[in-house]
Design a protein around this ligand. Sequence first.
Ligand code: ASP
Length: 343
Amino acid sequence: MSDQRSVLLIYTGGTIGMLADPRTGELRPMDMAHLEDQVPELARMGVRLEAFSFEVPMDSSDIGPDHQVRIASIIGEHYDRFDGFVVLHGSDTMAFTASALSFLLEGLSKPVILTGSQLPVGVIRTDARENLVTAIEIAAACDQEGRAMVPEVAIYFEYTLLRGNRTVKVDAQRFEAFRSPNWPALAEAGVRIRYNKAAILEQSNVALKVHSKMDDRLAVIRLYPGIRPDWLRHALAMPDLRAAIITTFGSGNGPSGGDFLKALREARGRGVELLNVTQCIGGRVEQGRYTTSVAFRDMGVVPCADMTLEAAVSKAMFLMARSTGPDWTRDMGSILAGEFTMA
Ligand code: ASP
């Protein structure tokens, strides 16, 4: 049997796979069969590559839970035939898809590396080639025993590998588009790729289970000084709403005015679960640290520790799909795929 490593490339869309129309300059998705013409290095990597492409490549702004489930199921269907997976995806919502995949692919023991680029692959100064080549190298990398170096869902961008469900997109123009504020990088690519073993998840010893449902009956409400309680009440009155993530100030704080809290209590009374995610890029929610978060704690708002909004949205959708009652909120406090740090 050949010991050549194998990687499946899954192209969902995004700038990375686009070519500029020579006449108009408009960016259009390119045929994945021509990827090697654009990145001839692929043929010299010594990795067996196969590609799978969405029939209609998508801008990642159009990617939703159904597409995330589809990517997970493509990985599931090809899981035994490949050593690793590279998902080419627009960068705009990449952190959401990476988070969702980390929950949908329970027991994952192979690398799933998402990457994309800020400039299309055919452009001279493109970041696509380096991102793609190194993502493939990481997806194929194994230790001396043949175990994957990165048995988890990660994002590779601009010389850095980050845990997918810890990542946020922080820049719309710079090549360094992502950060992982509350967890160290999993690897840095310089002359060699340096893996930060202490930060990488342990190999799973259970079989892969691919989940196929997400429940989108969720809202995200960002607090701001001056938020009107009646607006909040309307937002929370959506008929089939099961949960709302409130993005709060600092360590999980919000206005302490009676009408504001009443609107939240009314929603709780109708069985809407409330989750608390901080608006800060780094740090964590600590309900009860300030008076302005005591009421949240007392009405049973679920604190989301140092989870990113992307991870909290994906985790809530994933957990809600698995239960019809309110018990799923308990699992928000269990670490499923390294998505938060225990206090
Ligand atoms: N708008 C694009 C997308 O997210 C940007 C990118 O590809 O990075 O699909």
